[in-house]
Design a protein. Structure first.
Length: 251
């Protein structure tokens, strides 16, 4: 079997995007990592939110080996994944005004905490309101989005503004409008989205920077180990006891 030409093209496209965000977003990644370290050092809590496929990158930094124990998923019921039936309901909920406010008001998030909001387009009501309301509550807000959408699409929020307009720090994933890297003869629609690869890489780079910042301040980063290595469960138990009042996925 010969190697797939299209597979190679996708890897090249993804690598090109990763190189771009590494080089062009280094300042924003550094600022985001420092903000997370500031929050951890000050006793604040960390939250990540994303709707639809953007939730994958949020989940990627919650309760995982090599991740911060006190990063919590801020979930909006019906928008976290394609398991909601029908799946189109999740997309519809992203456009509902007032939902973000209700979720924040019933969440443990409070002033002094930090929220990372992931939305590729940044144009729907849910992420825009989430950022707007979180900042009003006194949270630091980091947005991970594609800035290209702000010039090539219209906001669906009543204000006409995008996620990036309500963030303290913005990480631009550089993903082009439509989120599909490839086209090919005989295939009618563009395909092979790279937003999950790039956005997850930005998230992990940000968290690595936060760990680096904490160590520089003499603070041990609250990291989890794999439960599949010897001593992992014991390590994680200690970390979770130490930071139990800032972890919300256990109770």
């Amino acid at each position: 079997m010969s190697d797939s030409k299209l597979a190679g093209q996708f890897f090249d496209a993804a690598i090109g995007l990763l190189e771009r965000v590494r080089d062009e977003e280094s300042g924003a990644v550094a600022a985001a990592g420092a903000a997370i370290a500031d929050t951890v050092a000050a006793g604040g809590r960390l939250f990540a939110f994303g709707a639809g496929h953007s939730s994958l990158a949020a989940q990627d930094v919650v309760y995982r080996a090599g991740g911060f124990a006190l990063m919590n998923l801020l979930a909006v019921p019906g928008t976290v994944g394609v398991d909601v039936m029908p799946a189109t309901l999740g997309s519809a909920l992203e456009r509902v005004d007032g939902l973000a406010s209700a979720v924040l008001d019933s969440s443990p998030a409070r002033s002094g905490d930090l929220l990372v909001i992931i939305s590729l387009s940044g144009r729907n009501a849910l992420p825009v309101e989430m950022a707007q309301n979180a900042r009003a509550l006194g949270l630091t807000v980091i947005g991970v989005t594609s800035v290209a959408y702000t010039t090539g699409t219209k906001s669906r929020h009543a204000s006409g503004r995008f996620l990036r307009d309500h963030c303290d720090i913005v990480l631009d994933s550089k993903i082009s409008i439509g989120d599909a890297e490839l086209t090919a003869e005989g295939i009618e629609a563009p395909f092979a989205p790279a937003s999950t690869v790039v956005t997850s890489a930005l998230m992990q780079a940000m968290m690595a920077t936060a760990a680096e910042e904490l160590v520089a301040r003499g603070i041990e980063p609250p990291l989890l180990r794999s439960g599949n290595v010897d001593g992992g469960h014991e390590w994680n138990g200690r970390v979770m006891r130490e930071y139990g009042d800032r972890i919300f996925y256990r109770h």
